[in-house]
Design a protein around this ligand. Structure first.
Ligand code: ARG
Length: 264
């Protein structure tokens, strides 16, 4: 190719990318992470299809969203895949597990989107290596609005169609105050954003999590803060993503379920 034509090709591509479609290619507006750089990421699947994200918090336990359970089709056994980057490729790093049990939070209320958190016990402990690692649960639950956080997942990049992304994607979203998120211009208390939830989005609505990202992590300043839960459609500035905030209530619940007396 001549110098001139590669130069004009560059402008052609750059020009095409000024359209919103071009920014909506990933998670919503995100980009592919470098393979295995988020070794705590789990893909919850049935019949080989990705359903929800999850977070490895203990060699035998994955944290996810409680509403993910409703998606399991009868007759197909759910599995958890760890160590993945591409969902379709045969990666040597992958470890696949059957599920021993689901423990949704006892007061999960799907209609109100309350307490959307669940523990998943793997049939055996994962082998921790450089591609499969735990995320540490830390006891912080206060987060200022305006904080930038990363949400990661294999969720769809095409909100019209439910089709997961093949590779793991991530996008930076901004925490929105609960007051603003409950206000008329935002969710208007439908649903009520409680103290156990968090809203995060993007002023232009170009960055968001979406279908299939549920159950995955929202990490702020390197700390796991919340779990992808809901949101009205995807990529709408006034309808930001809704996350389950890992408050003390949930952290204590997790600790009690992971305590040795419960591990059978
Ligand atoms: N409930 C969706 C899921 O199951 C996640 C939706 C996130 N929506 C959003 N606008 N951030 O995958």
């Amino acid at each position: 190719m001549t110098k001139f034509s590669s130069f004009s090709l560059f402008f052609l591509i750059a020009g095409a990318c000024m359209t919103p479609e071009c920014f909506n290619m990933e998670i919503i507006g995100g980009s592919e992470v470098s393979p295995h750089s988020r070794p705590f990421m789990a893909s919850i699947q049935y019949g080989g299809n990705h359903i929800c994200g999850g977070i490895l918090i203990h060699p035998q336990w994955v944290l996810t969203a409680a509403h993910c359970r409703a998606r399991f089709a009868k007759g197909k056994s759910p599995k958890v895949v760890l160590g993945a980057h591409s969902l379709s490729k045969n990666e040597a790093s992958k470890q696949t597990f059957d599920i021993k049990k689901f423990i949704p939070f006892s007061r999960f209320k799907p209609d109100l989107e309350l307490n959307d958190i669940m523990l998943v016990k793997l049939h055996m402990a994962a082998k921790l290596d450089k591609n499969v690692q735990l995320i540490r649960l830390r006891s912080k639950d206060y987060i200022r609005s305006g904080t930038k956080c990363q949400v990661t997942g294999w969720g769809t990049n095409d909100p019209e169609f439910y089709r997961p992304s093949d590779t793991l994607q991530e996008v930076t979203v901004t925490v929105i105050s609960r007051k603003l998120c409950n206000s008329q211009r935002y969710y208007n208390h439908k649903p009520i954003i409680t103290k156990d939830m968090l809203c995060a989005g993007d002023a232009r609505g170009q960055k968001d999590s979406c279908q299939g990202d549920s159950g995955g992590p929202l990490v702020c300043k390197g700390v796991l803060f919340a779990i992808v839960s809901g949101g009205h459609k995807c990529g709408n500035a006034k309808k930001p993503g809704i996350y389950t905030l890992l408050t003390k209530k949930y952290q204590d619940w997790i600790k009690s379920k992971l305590a040795p007396s419960h591990t059978n």
